[in-house]
Design a protein. Structure first.
Lengths: 364, 364, 364, 364
């Protein structure tokens, strides 16, 4: 078992709560500004690791096998996906020690058994790992198979040193918030669609996007915040993004880059027709509802972390709020500078031609 | 004396701390998503009000006098600025009951005596009020003298009903974070400037901006985050803004609009020469240092909430972090929708021509 | 028959050519800066009017009938679309005087018979009218049926005065450039698609857009200018727009607003993944080729003036240049101010809250 | 003596006029779309070269001296600035063959004597060269002393081959439009400023910018187009730019990148307070007037190509239109691709991290 702690200038804090504001009489203050970094501390050594991998990639398969052999040799129990267990057993019949799950119900309780998640792939593999754990998520260590990404800060070449270090602790952690998304079908709408029974819930780590699909008509989405009407979005669509997703689709649509640990939701229109539609950043506690008007000329389409396209008919709605269960991801650097390195290395942020002390604009 | 509480869907919470993340074993969760709104509750009735006013405005002067008479009649003690006390006594010799302060030292402890601050003017008067209280700030009620602003949500016409309601409580509160700014003079720089002794500290509610003043050379500012080099800003300058300031200068420079209660710092370049310089939103706990290079071709200028221009010489630096003491401001609506109403009413956000259900872009 | 002339400060110019640059020895000058406005002058009175209408709208139908009766009474010959001729004859058997066309070949030569085009509808009807005349286009007078649009500056209420005035001349004209778009199928691609024989040519007045349709993969379009490789567009897609189209889709994607008479082509990415992808404005004489890579993971979709969606497979390309035949549209004001009124009235350009001489940003 | 010609697909055109629109009866067409590139052809060999240099740079001085010796040896007459003539004579008393000018009047007629201008320095030196020739400008060949710039496409290392090639002809030319700027003082304003007699005229190749200088108040500039009121600019200021200047200050303020040969004027606000203020691109024939309101709270400052700061008082105005005399600059490539190479090499336009055929956004 583990716990997370805030550290500040070298000192650990026994207080494991972040108090944004305390209200002493006549003295409203924000003690957390002293806290700098969350660290992972093991109360007892981790005993069970879950390895999740990008499919259809020989290099990933080989690394996964090597990692399994090593982790098994140091007496850790290991979970893999059903597909991976089959693949590994096809290679090596002795790998019956591999655990997996048989059903979605089993998956729901897996976080109680697993101490650490390891992903092998790119940011997409992390998104997919996060989608498996819809409730609490154990700490995640992500290895890049090629160039490093925002969510894959560890080089796969040195996976042993890296995993030993994290499993010993303490390790730097970035807390990544997620969005809890629910589709609510309009009464008439669901009828015509042969019973899509029950609620449809999706948990995203980057963003949920609503767009016009192949329709040549602009979307016209009604947006409500905590059940109060906010605005109509007219354009190609709308992105509701986490801060982690601020460097993905929201960025392409003109949103700001937000450190993943900021507790907020980004509201970013896609090619809005209005000149005055600037992105918004809303506080952590809001619930957004985005609804296709009952008399809309076209359907809309919703996608979750870039996958799982669903059609929204007239009157259907998406309801979205911050999930109660963020994803704790291990990082190599202190969290803020890990983010800043990412925007510089990964997105070429503020990169420009330099000229020995000269004025770049005028080049006199 | 008073306290602040979170309420959620009608229920008050006795817990007056905001726990962004709790780390139960194997269950990292964010309970605060349930909290929706901070409210002001009086443990004992407020007894002392401080009225702060926009100068050189007859309407403000008259309203201030009327308010003084009324508050005095209901047995509240009243503080005003030294200038206002002189003006009031010149009008009416009996107003000797007005309190004021004589020195900056006295001002430092004033928050212990004052239960409520009232401002009469525009958003600029709120900025100025915030600048007087550099430590803890009592709750602020702001009356607009003309059209409503982001920080002046109350109509002066109905000031009595409004003040009675707030002084009875509970009242909706928006917590507005501030920035603590310090100027650090370079050794050689300070010499040449006849000893600007000691530290120079400024507290801003909107933003601190560094620009090139009258220089025709682009600024070239070195930026450090938690003492690690981040980037050079080359352009007209740089804005470090609070979320409250996100609808002011940062917005003009292309920043996103951020709800004032989000705990974050905005890093927004002014006309950057680089194509790839997008605004950043950093977490609450960072310390930014912005430094004029030792071999800079021109000086830079820094201004605090649009006032107090100071020159920065070669090697001088600005160091900035979130202040520990935010400003609690009363609002008429629930905080999120107060903000959204503000961006719609005050900035014409997403306003566009409507055409009876038609496609606005193509107008077929 | 008619001619167009430049006028400047009240004086007409007999010179009907616009010489952007003349090169006298040692004196490179641009005489056209003196020219201010193009006007339509009739050499002989117009004798034939073509009325084009928005379908499925009772108000448009009724106005069209009324206009036909009136134009017939003043001895003009009248062309309408085949559909409209059938509708009118169903209403009134005596309307056999209405001309129409039977085939696309006939349509190709129609501009030789028609002196004036009248549209009844919105900007979409003007787009559609322009698509019918792929070669030379007679002058167009466009009546708005509701609120005025960029291309529909005339109020339908006063259509008689307006048409009499234009048919007498002189009338203010805005020359609107168009794009000539050609789809080139890749050899392997066309095979798999059962022979889409011959060339596919489209003429657009606003824009041609390429997007990723329902694919969750970013488009990756190879762009060539005059057969030299320029860049890869990675994102939601790419818009090639005329200046007329600069206030339509290109604007939503972040492009500048360009006066319709500027001879140029806009190159505007849709949600590009790159931070440094700013819109380009290219000179009139370029030929752009946009190609789906031969090994693209997904198809792309192209649409012309928001209609006519076509699929582009691997290796297929769109080739685009300014059409030789612009659309001369009548305007009520001098052309530049007609455009500026349009962006203010139609798009609320630079609209903001005013406060009696006060600083809007700070609202002190 | 020389002339310029349009070439198209290898064929030269004897027609040296660019007819944007010709109006044959019933056939409004734009023949110029066939023209691709302007070339410089010498009717008689060039005989006189003017060398203009960046001051205070040893490398430039040495190269200039070497170039003078060589050009003199091939019997060309040579003009330099008075300062440079003095410097060269100080080095080498035999250089009395160098021509220069003594007065501004002489400078006004210099374009009749000079066949070719050579600049040694950066883009700033080209700006300065352009400012010397306020009327017709001979062709300009610009050598970069360090990295290549938008207007300095030639490497100084190979200056002989390059100059021989240009002086033989034909050479590729980009026509760069300029702005003619005039300051008009308000009657009361000029009185208070001790008679700044007569008109103040400036010719800029990049841009004229009006800003608020050190004032903490936003500028509030009244803008008129062809004497009709357009809008108030409220913010840090306004840039009126040529297409050449579109990659300089206007770009930093969010303007689009426009090919230098497009005949247009860019209207780009600097940090406007309004959400809906998007840059405009106006046609070549407009005259813009930007006026400080008579009751403005602060003065404004105007600068020309980043230099020559002037104060504008209440009621003072800047009047601006395209100059009749553009600057013909030699380029190494065909003009459009020279521009596109410039935005890629000089501004890192659309540069981003590539990952072997993978989706950059999701990095799956």
């Amino acid at each position: 078992s583990f716990r997370l702690e805030w550290i500040s200038e070298g000192n650990k804090s026994t207080q494991y709560q972040q108090d944004v504001v305390t209200f002493e009489s006549g003295n409203i203050s924000t003690p957390t500004c002293k806290n700098k970094q969350i660290i992972l501390v093991w109360d007892s050594p981790p005993q069970c690791v879950c390895i999740l991998t990008k499919p259809n990639c020989k290099r990933v398969h080989d690394l996964c096998k090597e990692m399994i052999v090593w982790l098994h040799s140091v007496s850790l129990s290991i979970y893999v996906e059903p597909r991976v267990r089959r693949e590994m057993l096809a290679d090596d019949l002795s790998m019956t020690f591999l655990h997996t799950w048989d059903s979605d119900e089993e998956l729901c309780f897996l976080h109680n058994k697993i101490d650490l998640i390891v992903t092998l792939g790119g940011d997409g593999t992390v998104l997919w790992a996060a989608s498996l754990f819809r409730g609490p998520v154990p700490p995640v260590v992500s290895f890049a198979m090629g160039s490093l990404g925002f969510m894959t800060p560890f080089q796969s070449e040195s996976y042993r040193e890296c995993l030993l270090s994290v499993m010993k602790g303490p390790a730097y952690i970035t807390i990544r918030h997620r969005l809890h998304c629910r589709i609510i079908r309009h009464s008439s709408s669901s009828k015509s669609r042969k019973k899509q029974a029950g609620e449809e819930v999706y948990i995203v780590l980057n963003e949920v996007a609503i767009d016009r699909g192949m329709s040549s008509f602009l979307t016209n989405l009604e947006c409500y915040c905590d059940n109060i009407f906010v605005t109509n979005v007219q354009g190609d669509g709308l992105i509701l993004s986490t801060p982690s997703g601020s460097t993905a689709y929201s960025l392409s649509a003109g949103g700001s880059m937000v450190h993943p640990q900021v507790a907020a939701m980004l509201f970013t229109p896609i090619c809005p027709h209005s000149l005055s539609f600037r992105p918004l950043i809303l506080p952590e506690h809001v619930t957004l509802r985005v609804q296709v008007p009952e008399k809309s000329r076209g359907d809309a389409w919703v996608s979750f972390d870039g996958r799982e396209r669903l059609q929204l008919g007239c009157g259907d709605a998406l309801v979205c709020h911050l999930s109660s269960w963020p994803v704790p991801t291990a990082c190599t650097l202190e969290s803020t500078n890990a983010f800043l390195e990412g925007v510089k290395e990964g997105l070429y942020w503020n990169m420009r031609k330099l000229q020995g002390g000269k004025d770049i604009r005028l080049n006199i």
